[in-house]
Ligand binder design. Structure first.
Ligand SMILES: C[S@@+](CC[C@H](N)C(=O)[O-])C[C@H]1O[C@@H](n2cnc3c(N)ncnc32)[C@H](O)[C@@H]1O
Length: 294
């Protein structure tokens, strides 16, 4: 690729431009021209974009898989990937933003259609399962390019590329500018920045047996248990928790339980000193403090 940012304002004529969530074939064309795989596999082949590109470049042995009938009702969660490829392009659903079976194609919801998984964590688990199968099927030295988009729902940002497991050695991370806005971008209201990019994550299989995994773990820690936190941070947190002001007694009571205070017998003096020297805090009445206005 010529740059880590790619942009294809016109999608070109590969595939079916009426197939919702389709991607430009020009990206797949560039990838095939760069990597020149002998065996090309496309997963989530959708409306046939990758198929058309492969045929136009003279591939006769490429394999294209999708749950829809055009590509044999192939379920990537349960069916065996039939080849060992040296390059796989995959373009999974962006969570359930566009539902495929019973919407884009067919009249019923088909088992295994990951676009019908409404729970985000379950969606990621199933995507990871498919990506693990793709990785295992690759020849050593092979690459898997995954095109994914981030999603905003009810004001919350979901980054699929961050939350999915990276299986293999990171080879490239390319930002693709998104030109044809779909329902993904109608899902926000107000002051949020519209999402105008997608991620192309390229992972390489460098070892026959060992599987390098980069896993995102979501945990919530308590600021009170942190030793990195400053006295200023702790005081600010107490004042905010109490709705805007706090007395010295309240500050002592709350901060007494912090890991930092447990290591400092003079924590009350530290609190008083911090209140005095920091312009972030304002004395509103005797013994009561708030955050400064600016
Ligand atoms: C974003 S679309 C791919 C669009 C395609 N790149 C194109 O340009 O037309 C995602 C595809 O995932 C397919 N899909 C969802 N769950 C699947 C599964 N378990 N196995 C195989 N395909 C699945 C849907 O049928 C849909 O075609």
């Amino acid at each position: 690729m010529k740059s880590s940012i790619v942009s294809y304002p016109k999608r070109g004529s590969f595939g079916n431009n009426q197939y919702q969530g389709n991607c430009t074939g020009k990206l797949i064309e560039d990838l095939l021209k760069e990597f020149k795989p002998k065996r090309f596999l496309e997963c989530f082949a959708g409306g046939g974009t990758g198929f058309d590109v492969a045929r136009s470049l003279g591939y006769r042995n490429s394999v294209h898989l999708d749950l829809n009938d055009r590509f044999g009702g192939f379920n990537l969660l349960t069916d065996e990937i039939p080849i060992g490829a040296d390059f796989c392009f995959s373009h999974p659903p962006y969570w359930d933003i566009i539902k495929y079976s019973n919407n884009v194609w067919g009249n019923t919801v088909v088992d295994g259609d990951i676009s019908h998984i409404s729970n985000y964590d379950d969606f990621i688990k199933n995507l990871d399962k498919i990506n693990a199968k793709i990785y295992a099927s690759l020849k050593n030295g092979g690459k898997h390019a995954i095109l994914v988009g981030d999603v905003r729902r009810n004001g919350k940002y979901y980054s699929i590329q961050k939350d999915m497991c990276w299986i293999g050695e990171p080879y490239d991370h390319i930002i693709k500018v998104q030109h044809n806005m779909n329902s993904n971008n109608k899902n926000y209201k107000g002051s949020f920045t519209p999402i105008h990019h997608e991620h192309l994550i390229i992972l390489k299989k460098n070892q026959v047996w060992n599987i390098p995994l980069r896993i995102t773990k979501f945990i919530t820690c308590d600021l009170l248990n942190s030793l990195q936190v400053t006295w200023r941070d702790l005081i600010q947190a107490v004042i905010q928790e109490l709705g805007g002001t706090a007395t010295l007694k309240e500050l002592y009571q709350k901060i007494e339980n912090s890991a930092k205070a447990k290591k400092n017998t003079h924590f009350k003096e530290k609190i008083r000193q911090t209140l005095q020297i920091h312009t972030d805090f304002m004395n509103v009445e005797r013994g009561r403090w708030s955050l400064s206005e600016v």
